[in-house]
Design a protein around this ligand. Sequence first.
Ligand code: NDP
Length: 326
Amino acid sequence: MKKPINVTVTGATGQIAYSLLFRIAAGCMFGTDQPVNLTLLGRAGSNNAAMTGTMMELEDCAFPLLWNMVDTTDPMQGFRDADVALLVGARPRGPGMERADLLQANASIFQTQGRALNEVASRDVKVLVVGNPCNTNAWIAMKNAPDLKAENFSALMRLDQNRAEAQLAKRLQVRTTDLAHVAVWGNHSPSMAADVTFSTACGESVLPKLDNVWLEKEFAPTVAKRGGAILAARGASSAASAASASVDHMHDWVLGSNQRWVTMAVPSKGQYGVPEGMVFGFPCVCENGVATPVEGLALTDVTKTKILANIRELQAEAQAVKEFVP
Ligand code: NDP
């Protein structure tokens, strides 16, 4: 039997975790032959009763792969020897809260968590930030963990790719598994750039089958504003789909993407003019536990313009939280 992987999850009282934790324990993230030890990191001062209830339910599933489970509110204990950290918990936007207030409120959470990861996590820990604003939160955590490699950090943009693939498959009347090379660039915000320039369906370019009006007026805005549309329809934000995308992201990062492009927000190494270190959505290929952005693509002028807008947006976010970054 394999050695168990230590997985730490924050935000365990929330609605994403209520879906995510059960899929991890069932073997969807790391494979059905890979045991896991789960640590649920709660918020100090919170009533973590919901977390206790979730743990009781996890126990009641009698998952063969769930070898151990503990909870704590201390990040230094919660991240000790973590191989994988899923940072889902984040302060939601409250009434009257400006975007700058939200950025600041979350910055202190990810500063603390970055410092703790730096101190006590496995040196090869894979960190996925889901809590919004996820690109900037991941950047803050990364900057506060100077002893870990920048490549250990990532943020969730796979949900945006999955949304793009679902819309495209519906339009072309194909299955999502027929599609390849769908990309989403930039920030997990309405500015993100969904890109089908290189996409294929059943091995053939999708471009001749699509018109620009649909791409610009329907496809791109539907993908970018999907979170808001779900909130309006369901009265609660995307949860199961965000959990599923988190499973996809970490599964492919750890086990490989088999040459498939998968969108991940990762620290830039200067590709496509994105400033070094900025946590930016790129199409990536994952192999041997390493996610590598696909380089050398001939981008359209539209995509280049959108990438620039995303860079500016992330620079403004970084500026708003600069006191949380050494
Ligand atoms: P919920 O509101 O259901 O849960 C929020 C969780 O965050 C709770 O566990 C809560 O703990 C915790 N939390 C709140 N404030 C803090 C704090 N100050 N410090 C630490 N933890 C805190 O949210 P969801 O589960 O639906 O979503 C979680 C995050 O994921 C949100 O930021 C959301 O915007 C983001 N998201 C990201 C997506 C992406 O694609 N990147 C997609 C969908 C959502 P407590 O109960 O103690 O308050």
